[in-house]
Design a protein around this ligand. Structure first.
Ligand SMILES: Nc1ncnc2c1ncn2[C@@H]1O[C@H](COP(=O)(O)OP(=O)(O)OP(=O)(O)O)[C@@H](O)[C@H]1O
Ligand SMILES: [Mg+2]
Length: 231
């Protein structure tokens, strides 16, 4: 990781799941550090795919994607996974919670897997940090509850806390408010903003709901980022 490098810096990106069928064609995209960026676009426009490329889960077909000054695709797979685990918080569209773990254990997971991320907690233990985040997100009375017993909105908040623990520099949230009612959605976004500001993190937030865009520093539309009609 390079201090001062943009959070995300994309040049000449092409991505296809299958040869000849490009899903992404983005010539340039720069996301400054500590900004809050809103990415929208119709279903199937490639939002989740772009997040996967940024997270280094998907490897570009062509072009270069730098994240915090590092090029995940150029790292060997084990270092790529470690880079993601230490520096990124990923809030998945389908949560991806571990069903046999409790609320606290799910939240604690990135720090348990990545000691470098746990080191950022300073004197606070992993358990204490996970419980504090759970309380901040209104989950204080269900710390030991199996996540299979939670409502969808509660699961979403566990997923958010897991993305935020250990103050990753880049937080990626894929439609994190889709399961929430309007009040809870607003609370959730404010909480995400506050946690990212506290950690000096960059937030890349994906949603269909364009009405949310005016709360962000930058609004990106995936159809506009893509250079030409995708075949
Ligand atoms: N694993 C995959 N294999 C092949 N094609 C895929 C795969 N995942 C997504 N696609 C295709 O890539 C395109 C972009 O999908 P993606 O999931 O990135 O869209 P999205 O903008 O996140 O949509 P949504 O708003 O519905 O979540 C779609 O045409 C989809 O069919
Ligand atoms: Mg998606």
């Amino acid at each position: 990781m390079i201090d001062g490098a943009p959070a995300v810096d994309i040049r000449d990106l092409r991505f296809a799941y299958r040869a000849g069928r490009e899903v992404l064609r983005i010539d340039t995209l720069a996301i400054p550090r500590e900004s809050r960026v809103f990415l929208h676009g119709p279903s199937g426009s490639g939002k989740t795919t772009l997040l996967g490329v940024i997270a280094g889960v998907l490897i570009p077909t062509a072009g270069r994607v730098r994240v915090l000054g590092e090029e995940p695709a150029a790292l060997p797979p084990s270092r790529r996974d470690a880079f993601r685990g230490v520096h990124l918080g990923y809030l998945f569209q389908l949560f991806n919670l571990i069903p046999w773990l409790s609320v606290t254990e799910n939240i604690a997971l990135p720090c348990r897997l990545h000691p470098e991320r746990a080191a950022r907690l300073g004197d606070t233990s992993i358990d204490d940090a996970a419980q504090q985040l759970a309380r901040d997100l209104g989950l204080g009375d269900m710390l030991d509850t199996p996540v299979t017993e939670l409502s969808v909105g509660q699961q979403q908040r566990v997923a958010a806390a897991r993305a935020l623990i250990g103050s990753p520099e880049l937080v990626i949230a894929d439609e994190p408010t889709s399961a929430l009612d309007a009040d809870r959605r607003d609370q959730f976004i404010e909480l995400l903003f506050a946690q990212c500001a506290r950690a000096n993190a960059t937030l890349l937030f994906v949603s269909h709901d364009l009405a949310l865009g005016n709360r962000f520093d930058q609004v990106l539309s995936l159809p506009d980022l893509n250079l030409a009609p995708v075949p």
